[in-house]
Design a protein. Structure first.
Length: 661
């Protein structure tokens, strides 16, 4: 009979997770984190089913095996932990366990007093078959027990007791009949990254604005001299916009004007000049040795340098003459510059990924990443990756990660959700998000739910501001607006960043009403920043980052619980990890004092009804004692617009703070 299905495979395995697009792409994890695998595993009829999880690092010959736990309703679960970077894979195997089915039936019959010698003879055959599958002492033991079960001269109660004993159960479980087992046809992949791919705190700055001398172009040495500032704030990633030579043709002036003067520095994203292209350094920033010195000095403080890679060029870039086929030419013979109507970027030429020579283009672009990896850069923020070829990104990231599995890619892709998700599937470790434009309680709750649905492969990085984004909320200029947005970013997401010092100094003047461009944007001119300003949010940001480092609950996504409040302007949520729980309550109104009754989900906080507990505010070091689920909070926009509470549970009967953990 043609296309006859296999008749000896009764077990079905479906609804497996984590699985991305039926296994076309890899799920994501980090070294040391448990990878939770779930599935529906079942068979026809009422026989008992057993399932195991098998896992290994890709390329290894041997599978590691972990029994899966039955959760009820055909649902099974098991975890494994990857201890190395790279690609791992897992699969599930399930089979009908005739011994377990027989033992369950035997127990019921014995309790009902209807056990027969035939029932025990069936068990004896099952043990004998298991003996044949085993070796050494287990084989002899099973064979002996099989004879005992079939010996009718031995009292029935003794034989049943042996059949249902823990010893026999363990021996049979260790030597199952898997001859008719069902195994997932194709193993499912998991990319395992380093911890920073999930938990990181980013600080963006323009090196040219960090000179201590007014009027002088800043250098890498100036940034190195300010590393203590970044370190004291508590950031572990220092992100630099493009550090390459800047084109002179069509150079933009202050506030994106077209009439740049001879001393205007230009836009760092207009890459390339007579001094070189993507593998060169802007001469006024310093030398390659200066850059490596900065990378090394930052590493000594536990700070990674992240470099912006923008795959575009200025009209002066060497590639324009060396590889004209890499650019799109218009009918009049000129090269198509970048446009986002009505905006025109005459100083930037996009790369044409429909070039007649894609192999040379891809190889040339990969050399850029390889060069900076050789200079010690292991984190890349990629500018507008959604405007480049998907196939290119999958190839590039796979190639670089094969040689350097510790490299991290952040996608700056403010685009449609499907496109953002595709980039994550292709290998980007993190992504910018729509967080900056989610302001109301309902918007934030809905957005976090959306992110949770794609958490197997999409890792958010929340930014309240960037050099391109000054939201309407921040344009209010109030301290509460900045505090609430940075608290939300740093506690809703395990990774977040700020563009500074514009953020901590609360820069809020837009170029024009309705615009999200900064007035006197640092993209077009050199700025001087007063880091010692008394109005700076640096002390608060320092405390916030200390809280993130001290509390595992804030270092992962997927553990978020929202709590009810009776005021739409106050948002409450908690995150937990192990015994650590953090509760955040923040106002969404930057102008007025707001109060609310908060109804806490005590189970999510691992608290008992009417239990007294202490809330330690990690931003102000103040402590509060609450009882039960229903409590009052008031947030003063001039003083405390947000609480970041460590939930401390009482461990003794004495009413003393020392007895809280």
């Amino acid at each position: 009979m043609a296309n006859t299905p296999a008749t000896d495979r009764r077990v079905v395995i479906e609804a497996v997770s984590p699985k991305v697009d039926c296994g076309r792409f890899a799920a994501k994890s980090v070294v040391g984190d448990p990878i939770v695998v779930k599935a529906k595993v079942f068979a026809d009829g009422h026989d008992a089913v057993v399932a195991v999880l098998e896992h290994r690092r890709s390329g290894n010959d041997t599978w590691n095996e972990t029994p899966m736990d039955f959760l009820g309703n055909d649902s099974w679960e098991a975890t494994f932990t990857a201890d190395e970077l790279g690609t791992w894979e897992y699969r599930i195997t399930g089979w009908v366990d005739h011994f377990v089915s027989w033992a369950e039936g035997l127990k019921k019959k014995f309790e009902a007093g209807v056990v027969s010698d035939v029932d025990l003879a069936i068990g004896a055959e099952l043990l004998a078959a298991a003996s044949d599958r085993s070796k050494g002492k287990p084989a002899k033991t099973l064979q002996g027990h099989s004879k005992t079960l079939s010996d009718t001269s031995i009292h029935e109660e003794v034989r049943v007791g042996l059949a249902l004993s823990e010893e026999v159960t363990q021996l049979m479980g260790a030597h199952p009949d898997r001859s008719r087992a069902t195994t997932l046809e194709n193993p499912l992949p998991v990319i395992v990254d380093r911890q920073e791919a999930v938990f990181s705190s980013w600080y963006e700055l323009f090196p040219r604005s960090w000179s201590t001398e007014p009027g002088r172009h800043g250098t890498f040495a100036d940034v190195e001299a300010h590393l203590d500032y970044v370190d004291d704030l508590g950031f572990d990633v220092l992100y630099l916009p493009p550090i390459h030579p800047i084109g002179e043709k069509f150079r933009k002036g202050p506030n994106n004007t077209l009439d740049a003067g001879p001393k205007d520095p230009g836009v760092p994203w207009a890459i390339g000049s007579k001094d070189g292209g993507h593998m060169a350094i802007h001469p006024e920033l310093g030398t390659a040795e200066d850059f490596r010195s900065l990378v090394d000095a930052a590493a000594e403080k536990g700070i990674s340098i992240a470099l912006d890679i923008a795959l575009q060029v200025s009209p002066d870039h060497p590639w324009v003459d060396e590889h004209p086929e890499w650019f799109k030419h218009r009918p009049d013979g000129t090269i198509q510059y970048a446009e986002n109507p009505p905006k025109k970027y005459q100083d930037i030429y996009p790369i044409d990924f429909e070039t007649s020579n894609p192999e040379a283009l891809w190889k040339g672009l990969k050399e850029v990443f390889d060069h900076w990896i050789d200079q010690g850069v292991k984190i890349f923020r990629v500018d507008n990756p959604h405007t480049k070829s998907f196939s290119f990104w999958e190839w590039l990231i796979t190639e670089t990660r094969t040689a350097h599995p510790d490299v991290i890619y952040l996608a700056e892709a403010f685009t449609r959700p499907a496109v953002m998700h595709r980039l994550a599937k292709l290998g980007f470790n993190q992504s910018y998000t729509y967080f900056a434009w989610r302001n109301s309680k309902s918007e934030l709750i809905e957005y976090m739910s959306d992110l949770d649905e794609v958490s197997d492969f999409f890792r958010p990085n929340f930014w309240p501001n960037t050099p391109d984004i000054l939201t309407e909320m921040l344009q209010t200029g109030t301290r509460a607006a900045f505090v609430s947005r940075v608290v939300l970013a740093a506690t809703l997401s395990a990774s977040y960043g700020i563009y500074g010092p514009a953020f901590e100094l609360m820069e809020h003047q837009p170029l024009r009403p309705g615009s999200e461009e900064y007035l006197n944007s640092e993209k077009y001119q050199i700025r001087q920043w007063d880091l010692r300003s008394g109005r700076s949010l640096a002390p608060l940001i320092t405390q916030l980052n200390k809280a993130r480092r001290a509390h595992p609950a804030l270092q992962r996504n997927g553990n978020l619980v929202f709590h009810d409040t009776d005021n739409e302007m106050i948002l409450a949520y908690s995150k937990s990890s192990g015994t650590d729980t953090v509760l955040v309550i923040v106002t969404l109104d930057p102008h007025h004092t707001q109060s609310a009754w908060v109804d806490l989900d005590l189970a999510a906080l691992r608290l008992e009804p009417e239990q007294q507990y202490q809330l330690h505010d990690l931003l102000t070091d103040r402590r509060y004692v609450w009882t039960g689920s229903h409590n009052f909070v008031q947030l003063d926009v001039e003083g405390t617009p947000a609480h970041v509470f460590h939930v401390r549970r009482q461990t003794r009967t004495e009413q003393d703070f020392d007895y809280y953990i």
